[in-house]
Design a protein around this ligand. Structure first.
Ligand code: NAP
Length: 281
């Protein structure tokens, strides 16, 4: 399998892997640690070099695991972490970032995201992010769980247009962003990072995914992931703690769904006909 993986561009032109790896719920159980580290390292070897984590995950234990997993691989990956909204003040982001860097065992985060909108005015968070960029602690900043109205507000602020990405819940069972947020992002050249691309392993027990998977000789999870990856301007960060899942997910990038597959999915997982509020997990 090729490790040369499809990529998408950040607004400044830098390219990141279209398929990455999530880490939520990793690093929480000692008995699974070795498998989780092996899974992440295998994913990087297969080209899934976009790694997503957050200070929230495992109260910092996940960032520590990611740091351990990436030992010797740091320069090969594009590392994303997220700050809690309650830490997103001008000084708070600095402190939170320092703590994340220490846990990750690195001197820089490639993309630092506001995890969701909280009570701190955006201006302050943007100032804090920009100071971190100037200090070389982060290379880009962005947001997560922002709907179109939040994005409009953000990019209108001084410095707000530097936002490099929006990480949102998007998968075949949660298609709301197709109505407005995906077109808005595509028009601005801002990547959407799809989280929970296999719906946190909660895809319906029976659906057209079954027949499509059987037809292609793959799993329903691979069909669901290929469906997300078909979208322009979208990258995806499935979490897989099992090495066989990592390999299947990488293979899903090469799976091309046909017109009849897509039509069957549209008939069951209906595309939005109007505005749906952005969901979050
Ligand atoms: P997900 O990636 O949709 O699903 C993860 C689950 O699917 C795990 O149980 C995993 O099993 C299973 N899985 C993965 N690949 C599989 C395969 N090929 N076959 C069968 N099962 C498979 O859900 P997620 O973890 O919620 O989302 C992904 C990442 O997005 C997170 O880890 C996190 O980094 C990020 N995220 C961000 C936010 C936010 O607010 N910004 C919210 C949620 C998630 P195993 O682990 O056992 O392999």
């Amino acid at each position: 399998m090729s490790t040369d993986i499809a990529s998408i561009a950040l607004p400044g032109g830098e390219r990141i892997a279209k398929l990455g790896q999530g880490t939520w719920e990793m690093g929480e159980r000692a008995s699974r640690r070795a498998d989780e580290i092996a899974a992440l390292r295998e994913g990087v070897a297969l080209g899934m070099t976009l790694i997503d984590t957050a200070e929230m995950y495992g109260d910092g234990a996940t960032e520590e695991l990611v740091g351990e997993a990436l030992r010797g691989l740091r320069d090969e990956v594009f590392l994303v972490s997220k700050v809690y909204p309650h830490n997103a003040s001008r000084r708070g982001v600095e402190r939170a970032c320092e703590a994340s860097l220490a846990r990750l065992g690195t001197d820089r985060i490639d993309l630092y995201l506001l995890h969701w909108r909280g009570g701190v005015p955006f201006e302050e968070t943007v100032e804090g992010f920009e100071a971190l960029v100037r200090a070389g602690k982060i290379r880009h900043w962005g947001v997560s769980n922002f709907d179109v109205d939040d994005m409009e507000e953000l990019v209108a602020l001084p410095g707000g247009a530097a936002c490099a990405a929006n990480q949102i819940l998007y998968n075949v069972a949660r298609r709301g962003p197709e109505f407005d947020l995906l077109p808005w992002s595509l028009a601005r050249g801002m990547p959407v990072m799809a989280y929970s691309p296999v719906d946190h392993a909660r895809l319906p027990k029976r659906s057209p995914l079954d027949d499509i998977a059987a037809g292609h000789g793959v799993s329903v999870w691979q069909v669901a992931l290929a469906w997300v990856l078909r979208a322009r301007g979208v990258c995806a960060i499935p979490k897989a703690a099992r090495i066989e899942h990592v390999r299947e997910n990488r293979a899903a990038l090469d799976l091309k769904l046909g017109e009849t597959d897509l039509a069957a999915l549209d008939a069951y997982f209906k595309p939005p006909r109007g505005k749906r509020a952005l969901e979050m997990l």
